[in-house]
Design a protein around this ligand. Structure first.
Ligand code: NDP
Length: 327
């Protein structure tokens, strides 16, 4: 067998552009590890590539940013991995049956963590962890705001922020989603579907003397950005890390001076660029799972053929936690 199934698109657009094609199985060249995928994680970034919000280097493009599976073969010079081992990885093209990747983007899966859980937690977990460690280093006693707190990244942010000693105000669009955030440790719940004026007032009312929060973690983007500036404490940090509601409009940096705010727009890959960084944060992340401080919450496992439905559900705001593809 020399070909495999892969989810691709040849033009950008809605979920109708997604195709399941036969493409060659990659060769396991020097320094590469060939993996037979078992599960792929669905991430919002996959929808940005599909829609054209983020550019792709060429078309057709194979989608998918992370997965988990079994090492099939290793190339010359590979020392960390052996055929038959369970691994989790990130890289471009993970919605496919086989993928060949360099060692530095692959990690062994610890005992006790299922393949589907590993595929569900790697990117969102590392995103949440690196932002809590580096974008704004959360300290015991801080009060922080996490938007879309019942989403995949949101639920990890809530749990890790609690583990680090913060008080967490969680927002979501429905009471069911807020309940889930509470079950994962959120201290205060705000339904932000009533509009900016209302959620801003509620958030400020939950902070000491109405002064605002130390940090906002915002993956919603356009819809919440202006409100974020209002709920920040003097010298607070706004970590704007996504565009679920659309990209944030151009912004005059002078406005940060009103409260000496810090504004960050981090991408995970800038925090795990070196082998050392990837290994460090992956081990820390798995440690929280082993210590039972982080639960992996899978919304649903979709067959690869239902990838369009998975994208529709994620973009349609009907999911909580993580969406996974069975490959
Ligand atoms: P989620 O599971 O959080 O799903 C997105 C959630 O955003 C929805 O469930 C919804 O929750 C909320 N939302 C608010 N407004 C809208 C809207 N107009 N349309 C759709 N959803 C909306 O997704 P992910 O965890 O995969 O990603 C969350 C964010 O994190 C994304 O913006 C993603 O790009 C970003 N991200 C960034 C990374 C980085 O490196 N910078 C890495 C990983 C993720 P509700 O109904 O409660 O409002």
């Amino acid at each position: 067998m020399s070909t495999q199934k892969a989810v691709q698109f040849s033009k950008t657009g809605g979920t109708e552009v997604l195709e399941i094609n036969q493409i060659p199985i990659p060769k396991v060249g020097p320094g590469l590890v060939l993996i037979k995928a078992a599960y792929g994680g669905v991430n919002y970034i996959d929808t940005y590539f599909r829609s054209g919000l983020y550019p792709t280097p060429s078309l057709p493009h194979t989608l998918g940013s992370e997965g988990a599976g079994i090492v099939e073969a290793v190339g010359e010079g590979v020392s960390k991995f052996k055929p038959g081992e369970r691994v989790v990885y990130y890289g471009s093209g993970c919605y496919s049956e086989y993928i060949a990747l360099p060692e530095k983007v692959i990690s062994h899966i610890p005992k006790g963590l299922e393949l589907e859980q590993a595929a569900a937690v790697l990117l969102q977990g590392l995103t949440a962890l690196t932002m809590l460690r580096e974008s704004y280093e959360v300290k015991k006693g801080d009060t922080i705001l996490v938007h879309a707190a019942a989403g995949g990244t949101g639920l990890v942010l809530v749990q890790l922020a609690k583990a680090l000693g913060a008080t967490v105000i969680a927002t979501a669009s429905t009471d069911e989603k807020l309940k889930l955030a509470k079950e994962h440790g959120a201290d205060h719940l705000v339904n932000y579907s009533g509009g900016e004026e209302q959620w801003v007032k509620e958030v400020l009312g939950l902070t000491k003397d109405g002064e605002g929060v130390e940090a906002v973690y915002d993956g919603v983007g356009k819809a919440t950005f202006e409100g974020d500036l209002k709920v920040m404490k003097r010298k607070g940090s706004l970590i704007s890390f996504g565009n679920a509601s659309g990209a944030v409009d151009p912004f005059k940096i002078n406005r940060l001076g009103d409260k000496n705010l810090k504004l960050l727009r981090p991408r995970l890959f800038g925090y795990i660029a070196t082998q050392e960084e990837f290994d460090h944060y992956t081990q820390e992340l798995f440690g929280y799972i082993e210590m039972d401080q982080l639960k992996v919450n899978i919304h649903k496992i979709y067959p690869l053929e239902d990838v369009a439905q998975a994208h529709q559900d994620l973009e349609g705001r009907v999911t909580t936690g993580k969406l996974v593809l069975k490959i």
